[in-house]
Design a protein around this ligand. Sequence first.
Ligand code: GSH
Length: 244
Amino acid sequence: MSLDFYTAATPNGWKISIMIEELLEAGVDLPEFQLHSIDLSKGGQFSKEFTDICPNQKIPAMVHDGKALMESCAILQYLGETFPTALFPQGQDRWQVIQWLYWQAANIGPIFGNKLSYTRYIADATDDQKKHPIQRFGTEALRLVAVLDRQLEFHDYVCGDDFTIADISIWCWIRSWKWAKVDITGKPRVLEWVKRVRARPGVERGISFGVPKEEIDQFSEERKAQYRKSGASIASNNRLPSDL
Ligand SMILES: N[C@@H](CCC(=O)N[C@@H](CS)C(=O)NCC(=O)O)C(=O)O
């Protein structure tokens, strides 16, 4: 049995390292696995080897016994189903989790990702050109945070009393609210949930993938500059080839 993950120190990448650590915390006897770091700033995602595994040329991806899988939420669901724990319930209850997983993939990831890119990374547009997308994605991000806030009214986690893969997928984006300049301080329930999830030992180990422990919650100026530089090249329109 072989299990290989292809990832990087980014919100979508941390979903996978957190899931691995949470499965271990839940007592799952995972098969031996390899974590492969893909250097996005050097275009590792465009290599032939990686494209054969992940046709969309974005991390994360995995290969389990010769079967390749892309898309972070599909990988979370696959791992949740393959190694059953409360992280992904079985039977009818799983639909509660699946709907929030889709919600994350269709909304939180793209909206927070775009807000972050326009706020911190995109270098091939003027400030004037960036104004409208920043306003658009910033306003929509706040609407999504309000949706999450309402969902957290009666329970500690997104789908109830148990921490699930829905929390993993959503948290990996929301926790960087300061970096993305999405002010969630008006939603104390969301802030509390951010802290509650952060306090989990599996989450702590998972988010330290690619980042020294002392910088998990506060990147050094050097690391911020490094993310800005590689973010600018990744988010550039020149990096959207239409001939794969
Ligand atoms: N919907 C995808 C999004 C993956 C994604 O955007 N990954 C980013 C890193 S967070 C990436 O690989 N970017 C490289 C690029 O766009 O060239 C998922 O959830 O897996």
